[in-house]
Write a protein that binds this ligand. Structure first.
Ligand SMILES: Cc1ncc(COP(=O)(O)O)c(C=O)c1O
Length: 400
């Protein structure tokens, strides 16, 4: 029987990442593909004890339908977490969502009509592009350097012919590039929006994973005119299997998120929220974050050193100061998909960069995750990738 799906489904693409992850999830792979925390660092025993406690002490709250905005004690704790990064808010302005990913999707639902213009970074988070694609926006992407986006380009877009509905940005240790916007660039970015009606969705799952010092302040901290919608997540600081993220926004915007979420899933898993709430009550999240930071800093260093040693001259890669990824730009226009096909034969995987571009994908880029493998595997895997890249470069030089 022929089935007619909604036209919007023609505009959604499968996620490269999810497909590569499925193929390479076996334990014998050296995987630089996922954006995943190290499972060895999940606080498994503590969560297991707390899960039992939650079911013992709050069975109805944990297993019953709950309110759409989310569990109030958890929202209050998020208010305190936000205060630590310079964002003053209250629990009425916090909406719990089923991962920041749901926050992205709901942002599409409440803000985007077909043809609406969205500013994104170049490159940007592929699953945000995929989520927005359903709403058929027009993307205008801005180049970035190690300080953040090109502000002149942002200004030109904002004051160009087409009105701009939304900007979607990841200022802290971006996925995929690992870049951190400088304080000056953040300020200039926000200032560029003055006098416009363009909203900013700031996605910040990685800010807490700064290798040194305090987590950077989000642009939401300097938002005077309720322009910025902030998306947070427990996925990278605790564990992504508990699907809990949050949105901080103005009352007017919050009401729309609430409506859209009701229609989507009524509320985020009450059990997941209870468990995270209990963890925050009884444990020191900052101690857990400290463990992650020091492990990932060492792994990042191992990867950068190996890239410097193994990849050919002319390769460029970012030097992240936090987060989970580095971004590689290959010399000689080598196609990263070719590298992946060869690497998978040797049980090494990563994500080719093409999927991270909203327009005009650059095929000679790769996203490498450094959090999921220990330093030894990182060295082995990068040595294999480096050999493949050097061979491909030699071949293409011979053909010229
Ligand atoms: C930039 C960015 N936003 C959102 C998400 C999704 O996070 P969550 O697990 O909270 O849905 C990810 C996950 O990798 C991400 O990298």
């Amino acid at each position: 029987m022929p089935i007619t799906f909604a036209r919007r489904m023609q505009h959604t693409r499968p996620s490269d990442i999810r497909e590569i992850l499925v193929k390479t999830s076996g334990g014998d792979y050296i995987s630089f593909a996922g954006g995943v925390p190290d499972p060895e660092l999940f606080p498994v025993e503590r969560l297991s004890e707390l899960a039992q406690k939650v079911l013992r002490e709050h069975p109805a709250r944990a297993l019953q339908y709950g309110p759409t905005p989310g569990l109030l004690p958890l929202r209050e704790k998020i208010v305190a977490l936000m205060a630590k990064i310079g964002v003053a808010t209250d629990s009425d302005h916090v909406q719990i969502v089923t991962g920041a990913q749901q926050g992205i999707g709901l942002s599409g639902t409440i803000f985007l009509d077909p043809g609406d213009v969205v500013i994104v970074e170049r490159p940007t988070y592929s699953a945000a592009i995929n989520a927005f694609d359903l709403f058929r926006p027009t993307y205008l992407d801005v180049e970035s350097d190690d300080e953040g986006p090109d502000i002149e380009q942002v200004r030109q877009i904002l004051h160009g012919e087409q009105p701009v509905k939304l900007a979607y940005v990841i200022p802290n240790f971006q996925n995929p590039s690992g870049r951190l916007w400088s304080a000056a660039r953040r300020q200039a970015f926000l200032e560029a929006f003055a006098g416009t009606e363009t909203l900013i969705v700031e996605d910040d799952p990685y800010g807490q994973l700064a290798f040194k010092g305090e987590p950077p302040q989000p642009i939401k901290a300097s938002d005077q005119d309720e322009r910025v919608v902030y998306l947070g997540s427990f996925s990278k600081v605790l564990c992504p299997g508990l699907r809990v993220g949050w949105i901080v926004a103005s009352s007017e915007i919050m009401a729309q998120y609430n409506l859209a979420k009701q229609n989507h899933d009524l509320h985020t898993s009450a059990f997941d929220q209870e468990l995270i709430n209990a963890y925050l009550e009884e444990e020191d999240l900052s101690a857990q974050i400290e463990r992650l930071r020091s492990s990932y800093a060492a792994r990042c260093q191992a990867m950068l050193t190996a890239l410097g040693n193994e990849f050919p001259a002319g390769t460029r890669f970012t030097r992240p100061e936090g987060g989970l990824f580095t971004w590689v730009e290959l010399p000689g226009g080598i196609n990263a998909r070719k590298i992946l096909a060869l690497a998978m034969r040797e049980k090494v995987s990563f994500i080719p960069g093409e999927g991270f571009y909203a327009t005009q994908p650059c095929p000679s880029t790769m996203r490498l995750n450094f959090s999921a493998m220990g330093p030894e595997k990182i060295e082995q895997g990068i040595a294999i990738l480096g050999r493949i890249v050097r061979n491909l470069l030699d071949q293409s030089n011979r053909q010229v």
